[in-house]
Write a protein that binds this ligand. Sequence first.
Ligand SMILES: Nc1ncnc2c1ncn2[C@@H]1O[C@H](COP(=O)(O)OP(=O)(O)OP(=O)(O)O)[C@@H](O)[C@H]1O
Ligand SMILES: [Mg+2]
Length: 355
Amino acid sequence: MSSITLNKVTKRYGSLVTVDALDLEIDQGEFLAFLGPSGCGKTTTLRMIAGLTIPDGGSIHFGNREVTDLPPYLRNAGLVFQGYALFPHMTVAENIAFGLEMRKVDKRDIEPRVTEALRLVRMDHLADRLPRQMSGGQQQRVALARAIVYRPDALLLDEPLSALDAKLRHEVRTELRALQKDLGLTTVFVTHDQDEAISVADRIVVMSNGRIEQIGTPDGIYERPANRFVAEFIGTSNFLSGSMDGKDRFKLASGEVIGFGHVGAGSEKSTISIRPEQIRLRAPSTKPRAGVSGNEIGATVESIIYRGNMTEIVVGAGAQRLTVHQQNGFGRGVPEFEPGQAVVLEWSPDAAVLL
Ligand SMILES: Nc1ncnc2c1ncn2[C@@H]1O[C@H](COP(=O)(O)OP(=O)(O)OP(=O)(O)O)[C@@H](O)[C@H]1O
Ligand SMILES: [Mg+2]
């Protein structure tokens, strides 16, 4: 297994800088997920790590070994890319065994390892099928089995579960994560699904326009977004505008002064970000909860939408509109508030990030 280091890696297509001087260190055995809007450069970055695309600038190392200009087969990475097809004339089992035969794995070990890999992706019953006799999701699972079976130094996966239905996707990702941990496989995983990235990754890279917006653990990215782009792209957030009032207080446009627990990476300092589930509502006549005093503003309920596990309440506070998520359950049903009602919003300073 090896670590992977990207140093100022750059790729241009015509005048477009697709990947812009990217620096990244992926630890040995780490599961790293790439998230970002369509066209931000995720696949291009992964292709450069795999050797399918050669960078215009910068360098890539696997451990101490420079691989920047090496072809894919000299990198010992397991790949699942869109359009990286199975061999059409070989059965499922033969497709998976191929990588082991090429690597001169002992013949007696091949069959059990092929079976193990197929079981992981729930495809052991179709071992004798040809690729053209399978659905897209089934082929995708075979491609995943083929990438892991020879225990590569690194696993590079571009939306490997995208063709699977929600339930299977959840199962396969859980098993993939368990296997990856077991084998200590350094893994880079591109996905569109932020829930997937948050649930399986050790760290998440959020990209936009060929650059990294933030690298962090799932809870770090979610609870302490570095900037507005990340706060909006991962989950949803409320943004309150205003300006600094002294060193550690923030004055909202509406005049209220509030505290904050975290500061983002930018220099603007003109917005407070708060997640919808961090805000509590109470009637103005009731007392504030312990620990949240000083972080409250008055508002009016505009709409209440029951969403099953939670209720979404939209409130207006001056010119701003905020969304509050109230968890249902433990005997709590639809909250006691109604449209038009005056309420107080309160939150812990720790839940507020200054951007
Ligand atoms: N071979 C190519 N020739 C020209 N432009 C390319 C090529 N490959 C990618 N691009 C451009 O580079 C940009 C980044 O593409 P990339 O495939 O890396 O995006 P992505 O983040 O993987 O997006 P998606 O989430 O839609 O898969 C896009 O604007 C794309 O059009
Ligand atoms: Mg892509």
